[in-house]
Design a protein around this ligand. Structure first.
Ligand code: AHR
Length: 662
């Protein structure tokens, strides 16, 4: 009698603490029979910005830096040098930069190479922190050239690494008319830091431009295309959207250096290069050789979006330069060209092929529309000046394209005065989607897992447009993509998923970083000239995106959303297409937690559930080139007993359970 009373009392105690009496497990109830809000197909996406050499030197597979001599120092990245292979010396020739702006306003510089002997005159290009070459891979060399009358010079192109030639091709240049010369070769060795050399022999004067080297193995084998390994990492995420081209790069230091999409389309050799704003942004990580060739331009961004099944989300300048920099603004009565850029972009993406901009898209190779549904007005803007400009843009966009959703900015911080002002104004204006940014420490992310639980449902939808936990501090070069940061992001994302009725898009930022060329850390994917790896944060993003589901399912601990009680964070989704219940749970504690998931509903379930775990005992653990998958998803199965799944959640782990409904 006494024992029974005690058992009952203990049982009541356990239940009130969310513990199951028999096994002393924490009980999470998944209301499997009550699918709630639809999870948008756009829910988990990617944020692409040309920061950290993400475009030139990164996803754009071009291997020659400053290929058209348009950097402020037109010979930056180039060298003339002496070597004994052809007994060449400095007297064998010279190089001079010529500005022919009257003939070619967007690509004015050419290099004039004069040779006067059969001894080779050699110039070399260092690539982007070296040139990555892979043994047995095919490469395409090309160069634009014009030769003065009476000249007879030959050009041998080589790739050299550690004193060895590992690839070679030659072209014979002839005639004054500018022509593109091409040659291909197979590399005989692998090198991460090769250099390209151009050997001119003979007599005469040759003007050269657009010196280019691409691997043939680009994404979808497109000539002059993207690095396939990097795009594959994106495609593997199955992102719902891709935001481009940034980021602060949209805004520019001054308005003159804002991103202008119209200058990034058409033939690559006609695109006007520009300094990259990250070139000088951080004194501790200066990148004097960081420019934008715009080889990746808006056409390529749209194509990339289509290739990886992501909805395109271009962000445009709203006539305000970066407010952390010059804060220059275009006066309201001078805003028309900016607004027109937005309207023309929609036509470029979606217009029929007989419309002026639709025709350009078709001429570039894509007659079908790109199915643009969203457009961003400004990046991280704030204050009254932004709201004034937002109103003008939105009125113009909505009157011509009422179905296009406009993404607006809540400023750089997720709280405080600037945020409150923008959020209130945008709510009053019935904005479609507001972009909120969060760069903060892991504790902030854990603490804010419930951020959206009580957000006003009558307000705009939320785009969690840039977020990343900072292990040291925002913009600190010491930040690491460590496991604790990734875990805190997973916890925060359970809160985004639970509130998918209002959070319709989310993306980690920034996306890419070159191991030697970065300015900002942490970043989702790190690469060098040959390899790339996903950080633990990458696997968190990928796991959410590839296990998205179609509807939110409530998951409760003591009838409350699971957002930190017993250091657990959880969300759940129903996938009506695959007929699966998908539970995501973070155990942020330092001890294992026995957890019983009780599936409330009338369904019958398969006898085993799929279990995917991301875990590491060390919160400071990181992935690296040496151990790229130290923290990567591990799959297993676990039994389903009727309507219960019992698992032990490892300390500091992120677990996904997928339970098939029969
Ligand atoms: O993601 C890096 C930068 O952070 C973005 O360019 C900007 O929007 C934010 O301040």
């Amino acid at each position: 009698m006494k024992t029974t009373a005690m058992a009952l009392a203990l049982s009541a105690l356990f239940l009130s603490a969310g513990l199951s009496a028999d096994a002393q497990s924490t009980v999470l109830k998944v209301q499997a029979g009550q699918p709630k809000a639809e999870i948008q197909s756009t829910m988990w996406g990617i944020f692409f910005e040309d920061i950290n050499f993400a475009a030139d030197g990164g996803i754009y597979a071009e291997l020659i830096k400053n290929r058209s001599f348009e950097f402020s120092d037109p010979l930056m990245g180039w060298k003339q040098y002496e070597s004994d292979r052809f007994s060449r010396n400095k007297q064998s020739g010279s190089i001079l930069i010529i500005n022919r702006v009257q003939e070619n306003a967007t690509n004015p510089h050419v290099a004039r190479v004069s040779v006067n002997t059969d001894k080779a005159f050699v110039i070399s290009n260092e690539g982007f922190r070296g040139i990555g070459i892979k043994k047995d891979a095919q490469y395409d060399f090309s160069i634009w050239a014009s030769q003065q009358e009476g000249s007879e010079s030959k050009l041998l192109f080589e790739v050299n690494a550690q004193g060895k030639v590992i690839g070679q091709a030659s072209v014979t240049i002839s005639g004054k008319a500018w022509k593109k010369y091409t040659a291909s070769f197979k590399a005989t060795d692998t090198a991460a830091k090769a250099q390209a050399t151009l050997h001119f022999t003979g007599k005469g004067v040759t003007d050269i431009d657009m010196v280019s080297l691409f691997p043939q193995d680009t994404w979808k084998q497109r000539p002059g295309g993207f690095r396939s390994d990097l795009v594959q990492l994106l495609a593997d995420m199955k992102p719902g959207f891709i935001r481009f081209p940034g980021g602060c790069i949209v805004e520019g230091f001054h308005l003159s250096t804002r991103y202008q999409w119209k200058k990034t389309i058409g033939a690559p050799e006609e695109r006007e290069s520009m300094i990259n704003r990250w070139n000088t942004e951080f004194k501790h990580r200066l990148a004097p050789d960081y420019y934008q060739s715009f080889g990746v331009g808006f056409y390529e961004y749209f194509q990339l979006a289509e290739d990886i099944g992501a909805s395109p989300l271009p962000i445009l300048s709203c006539g305000m330069a970066c407010q952390f920099n010059s804060a220059e603004v275009a006066p309201l009565d001078a805003l028309d060209p900016y607004v027109q850029d937005a309207l023309d972009l929609i036509e470029f993406a979606n217009g029929p092929i007989d419309s002026p901009w639709g025709k350009i898209r078709a001429t570039m190779g894509h007659p079908a529309p790109f199915n643009l549904k969203f457009i961003g007005v400004g990046n991280e803007q704030w204050g009254e000046q932004y709201i004034e400009r937002y109103k003008i843009f939105t009125a113009a966009i909505k009157s011509k394209y009422p179905d296009i959703k406009v993404v607006s900015s809540a400023g750089p911080f997720p709280e405080g005065e600037l945020f409150a002002y923008a959020s209130n104004e945008l709510k009053t204006l019935h904005a479609d989607i507001v972009d909120e940014h969060y760069y903060n420490n892991p504790q902030w992310f854990f603490k804010n897992a419930g951020r959206y639980d009580n957000y006003d449902r009558s307000g705009p939808k939320i785009f969690a447009g840039e977020f990343a936990a900072q292990s040291v501090g925002t913009t600190s070069p010491e930040n690491k993509n460590n496991w604790l940061c990734a875990l805190s992001e997973a916890a925060f994302m359970t809160g985004l998923e639970r509130n998918a009725d209002m959070v319709t898009m989310a993306s980690y930022a920034p996306l890419f970083a070159h191991a030697e060329g970065w300015q900002w850390t942490p970043d989702l994917i790190w690469f060098d000239n040959l390899n790339a790896y996903g950080t633990p944060n990458y696997y968190v993003q990928k796991l959410f995106s590839t296990n998205k589901g179609t509807n939110v399912l409530p998951v409760l601990l003591n009838n409350q959303p699971v957002e930190g009680q017993q250091e657990l964070y959880a969300s759940a989704a129903w996938d009506k297409n695959t007929k699966e219940i998908i539970v995501k749970v973070v155990n942020a504690g330092t001890t294992a937690t026995k957890t019983e998931f009780v599936l409330e509903g009338s369904g019958k379930y398969a006898a085993t559930a799929k279990k995917i775990t991301l875990v590491n005992a060390d919160p400071n653990a990181v992935n690296s080139f040496e151990s790229p998958k130290l923290i990567a998803p591990q799959e297993s199965t676990t039994p389903v007993a009727g309507k219960k799944v019992s698992v032990s959640l490892a300390p500091q782990s992120f677990t996904i359970l997928k339970i098939q409904v029969k």
